[in-house]
Write a protein that binds this ligand. Structure first.
Ligand code: BGC
Length: 750
């Protein structure tokens, strides 16, 4: 498509139609110019494609229901998250879906956040790296994503109006960080502006957020859409940087834009910018060749594999688990949730599964034989004595008891927050009684977010399956029987009690404001700094084998550091380790958490095998947001590098002295092009921010429009051009905006 020609051919009402959704799931189409409508459906854990006009979120076509993000994130496995994206992309294409509305990457600030099950982590790096992999996976299938909910949408109550009030440092280091990582690395097709305000300004009308940060600083080139019904003033939203109002108000949306242009409230040049973004989106997403179908059974098996890699073994006293079929003896399974599992959250992420396999269904194939007792009712919190007594009587003479417990479905949903983090009274009581009469009691949890465990000391083992998707049954027994060695690690802290969370006194209390007064001390950054006891720390996860960490070495230079160490599987079975690299900053005068996660990986290690691990830290990993100077700052001085299996289980640590004084001078308009292309990092950034947009056919000819066979500008082969400063390129006609964005970003990412 010739974007500029198409733009010129569009009438004002047609442009207004393009920046307003046609309805919930389509953009407008302009038949006259052959512009098709784009179809979008919800994610992030499966497709929620609605084919009929209905307000019932649960009415959608059948689709593979993958584990919720709370579980996926516990895999700490970027390869698997990429594969998840690929699977979703293939399914989207089979359903003619151009845009997948996910992933949701907001941080889990309070355990009461109603949507925590749909989000990845309390830590921006975990959410950022896993989110990047997911987006790359989906988009590798020529399906766009909507990265949501931008930004600081960390509570559900009054989400349409409440303001997330916080310092710029907190915003940059935590609540924007995940989005920044993903936007820069994965280039999402769209970003969804969330309902809430930040420091008083509505996100869908927030110029600082949508233009200054997202586009100018981070170099975002895609389209910005609103969350459903988030726009209060359409013209103001477009002026601020929004491109597409969803789901749109029909003719009213079109009329208000036409009127705003006519009255001068909205500038036509601004409208054109948004239309250009949408034309690019239509062009990119339409390029997808449509797959006819996909292998449902294979995709279901992938859902199982993802859950297998993510389920977290929280506690395992005296090797209670695995329950090897040949040694399990008399097994009693208790809990209505084994029969009617919770395997997904409610709201817009709800999926209609293709093939739900409950734990009870999958028991037969697990190799175990067991007797089953419901034990409690799901529709009533009171203990049903008859059900409880039957389970207790059987448990008394059992060799092992496995009890399934979890939050009731109606408590965990988009749209409202939780009021506590306790299991229903009848389940808590039953677990306590079972543990008392049988020391070999394992609790299997099905919940979207953290919970208190008053019975923890008395049970032998606890397995956190979160909301495990349609293969919940198979994956649960894979872990319990040891067919799969657990390798999930928590991407969030389990506090001992809700009252221990830093925002406990204020969360959701003020209908108009959410005060982020804990600042950057959120999650493990808070508990570890204050040396508080927690139930399970961030990063925690047990295995049926053990790993030893040795030979930590570091090598620093002016750009960052390379960290190497060895991991040995010292047990009897193959397993996967999740080495986590934390950094403590002793160099800066600003308040710092005692440690912050700066890198991680996941690796499969055979029994007795040793593997060398190399992790890299760049300047950004040592940087903090300096408010007064409005920039990232990396300080010269001492740091501590820690390698652990959780934030509290540090196995190796060493001092690292960084010297950033010798780092090359920041780039400026005076910097020469040869410096840019001589540095692979700068060259990559330049390619993304300057060359790709400037070499589009619709952009007027410039230094970078002519490419060689490798997609490199011909200017790069010309020594005369290389010997020009960036300032000269502008003076000779190259647009200044991308060059300036490049300079800003190159200096920030140093
Ligand atoms: C949710 C979004 C979702 C949209 C469309 C909104 O209420 O916040 O996450 O994509 O609805 O269903």
């Amino acid at each position: 498509m010739d974007i500029e020609k198409t733009l010129a051919a569009l009438t004002l009402p047609e442009k207004a139609a393009l920046v307003s959704g046609k309805n919930s799931w389509y953009t407008a189409k302009i038949d006259r110019l052959g512009l098709p409508a784009l179809m979008m459906t919800d994610g992030p854990s499966g497709l929620r494609k609605q084919t009929t006009a209905t307000n019932d979120l649960n009415q959608s076509v059948q689709a593979i229901t993958y584990p919720s993000s709370a579980l996926n994130a516990s895999s700490w496995n970027t390869n698997l998250l990429r594969q998840l994206g690929e699977h979703l992309g293939i399914e989207a294409r089979a359903e003619q879906v151009s845009l997948l509305l996910g992933p949701g990457v907001n941080l889990k600030r309070s355990p009461l956040g109603g949507r925590n099950f749909e989000y990845l982590s309390e830590d921006p790096l975990v959410a950022g790296k896993l989110g990047t992999a997911y987006v790359q996976g989906v988009q590798s299938q020529h399906v766009g994503v909507a990265l949501k909910h931008f930004a600081a949408n960390n509570r559900e109550n009054q989400r349409f109006t409440a303001s997330s009030d916080m310092s710029q440092r907190t915003l940059r280091e935590l609540y924007l960080k995940t989005f920044e990582i993903i936007v820069k690395k994965a280039l999402p097709a769209t970003v969804m502006a969330s309902y809430n305000r930040i420091n008083g300004v509505l996100n869908s009308q927030n110029h600082y957020l949508l233009r200054d940060i997202l586009r100018d600083e981070w170099g975002f080139h895609g389209a910005v859409m609103s969350d459903w019904g988030a726009v209060a003033n359409h013209a103001a939203a477009l002026s601020a940087g929004l491109d597409l109002e969803m789901p749109g108000k029909g003719q009213a949306s079109i009329d208000e834009i036409v009127k705003a242009i006519e009255t001068g409230e909205l500038d036509e040049g601004t409208l054109n910018k948004s239309v250009r973004h949408l034309l690019h989106l239509i062009q990119d997403c339409q390029a997808a060749p449509q797959a006819k179908t996909y292998d449902h059974a294979a995709h279901h098996q992938f859902a199982r594999k993802l859950a297998d890699d993510s389920i977290v073994l929280l506690k395992n006293t005296q090797n209670e688990l695995p329950l090897r079929p040949e040694k399990a003896g008399k097994l009693v399974v208790v809990g209505e949730l084994a029969k009617h599992p919770r395997y997904q959250g409610a709201g817009s992420s709800h999926v209609n599964p293709t093939h739900l396999v409950t734990p009870l269904d999958a028991l037969a194939d697990s190799g175990l034989s067991a007797t089953y007792y419901p034990g409690y009712r799901l529709d009533d919190d009171e203990t049903d004595e008859q059900l409880a007594d039957a389970a207790l009587a059987a448990a008394k003479t059992a060799d092992h008891v496995v009890v399934f417990a979890g939050y009731p479905a109606e408590e965990e949903s988009e749209g409202f927050d939780k009021t506590d983090i306790l299991l229903p009274e009848n389940q808590t009581e039953l677990i306590g009684r079972l543990a008392k009469i049988n020391a070999h009691t394992t609790v299997v949890l099905q919940n979207g977010s953290v919970l208190e465990m008053p019975w923890i000391e008395n049970v032998a083992a606890v397995v956190e399956t979160y909301l495990a998707g349609e293969a919940v049954g198979e994956a649960t027994w894979d872990i319990l029987t040891g067919k799969v060695n657990p390798s999930g690690h928590l991407a969030e802290t389990f506090p001992l009690q809700l009252a221990d969370t830093p925002m406990a006194p204020t969360f959701g209390q003020d209908p108009h404001h959410e005060y982020y007064s804990e600042g950057i001390f959120m999650g493990y950054r808070y508990y570890d700094t204050h040396e508080m006891h927690v139930l399970f720390p961030f990063g925690h996860g047990l295995s049926y084998t053990t790993f030893e960490y040795t030979n930590l070495e570091t090598q620093a230079d002016a750009h960052g550091a390379t960290i190497t160490f060895d991991v040995t599987n010292t047990g009897q079975v193959a397993g996967k380790a999740v080495p986590q690299l934390y950094v403590a900053n002793h160099a800066s005068h600003a308040p710092m958490p005692t440690k912050e996660l700066r890198a991680f990986t996941k690796l499969a290690v055979a029994p007795g095998e040793t593997q060398a691990v190399t992790l890299h830290l760049n300047r950004q990993d040592f940087s903090w947001w300096r408010e007064r100077k409005h920039r990232w700052q990396a300080d010269t001085g001492d740091y501590e590098v820690m390698i652990g299996e959780s934030s509290r289980d540090i196995r190796l640590q060493t001092k690292l002295t960084m010297n950033f004084e010798n780092a090359p001078a920041p780039l400026s308009l005076e910097s020469y092009l040869y410096r840019v292309i001589g540095d692979p990092r700068l060259k990559g950034l330049f390619q993304r921010i300057v060359i790709t947009p400037l070499s589009q056919p619709d952009v007027p000819a410039n230094f970078f429009s002519e490419l060689d066979a490798d997609g490199q500008p011909l200017a790069f082969h010309n020594r005369m051009f290389l010997n020009m400063p960036l300032r000269a390129l502008i003076a000779l006609g190259t647009p200044d905006k991308p060059i300036k964005t490049f300079i800003r970003q190159a200096n920030q990412d140093r």
